[in-house]
Design a protein around this ligand. Structure first.
Ligand code: SAH
Length: 232
């Protein structure tokens, strides 16, 4: 972690990535670890309100909406949001969000998916309430390491009392690659969320792919954790 502690990526760099199509993080299929663990997130619940921090154009959002759940996402890049709706053949409307300076909300015509275009740090429960489920993939690992406390504190305020928060983390040698995605250890997860949440490690997988060789890596482990508010 020390190797990446001071690494800072400006928000404009994310927008540049979207403009230039450098979005190797985007997956064409529903994330396999979400599929594997969805029953543990739902626990038999229907019509769950899901939150996707730093959502990009993850098709996992459509997958959950098609199952009858509703989805709220937050994403900086308007290009990402428009591509999400267009690539999934979803018609949508656009409105301003007075509570967020410069913020906009894009909503599917059936009302199931609402994506806020703003910085995550400008979002709060006063804008869209609290959530029964969170899928955090490419989000905690994407924010700058120095912002993690702030990120975790905000996520906790978005959790409804019965919220089940599925968190995906990546482990690799941070001396070899500077991120993002950043390395997040189990200890980091405990330090960030342990006072508010019970944390259960659900799955550990070798997720090394050919593209990770260009990062200078020869191994990469992916983990998913299930977080629930203490006392629930
Ligand atoms: N979760 C998505 C995207 C991961 S990449 C997926 O799994 O495919 C991280 C995304 O977060 C990028 O699309 C980037 O534009 C966005 N992003 C980065 N910092 C942000 C911030 N502070 N607020 C909102 N979005 C942010």
């Amino acid at each position: 972690m020390a190797a990446q502690k001071d690494r800072v990526m400006a928000l404009s760099e994310w927008e540049d990535r979207w403009q230039e199509g450098r979005i190797g993080f985007h997956q064409l299929h529903v994330h396999r670890m979400l599929k594997t663990n969805i029953d543990k997130v739902l626990c038999g619940r229907k019509d769950v309100r899901f939150f996707f921090p730093l959502c990009g154009k993850a098709i996992d959002m459509k997958w959950l909406a098609d199952m009858g759940h509703s989805v709220v996402g937050v994403e900086l890049s308007q290009k990402a949001i428009k591509q999400f709706f267009e690539e999934n053949n979803l018609s949508y409307s656009e409105e301003s969000v007075p509570a967020i300076p410069g913020g906009k909300m894009f909503k599917s015509s059936d009302g199931k998916i609402s994506l806020y275009q703003c910085s995550f740090y400008d979002f709060s429960s006063s804008i869209a309430g609290q959530f029964g489920g969170i899928w955090d993939r490419g989000a905690l690992v994407a924010i700058n390491p120095c912002d993690r406390q702030r990120y975790a504190a905000l996520i906790v305020t978005l959790m409804d009392k019965d919220c089940r928060y599925l968190l995906d983390t990546l482990l690799y040698n941070p001396e070899l690659y500077g991120g993002p995605p950043f390395f997040v250890s189990d200890e980091d997860v405990r330090n960030l969320f342990g006072s508010a949440c019970d944390i259960e490690l659900l799955q550990t997988e070798d997720s090394f792919e050919e593209r990770h060789k260009s990062w200078g890596l020869d191994s990469l482990t992916e983990k998913v954790h299930l977080l629930t508010l203490k006392g629930n």
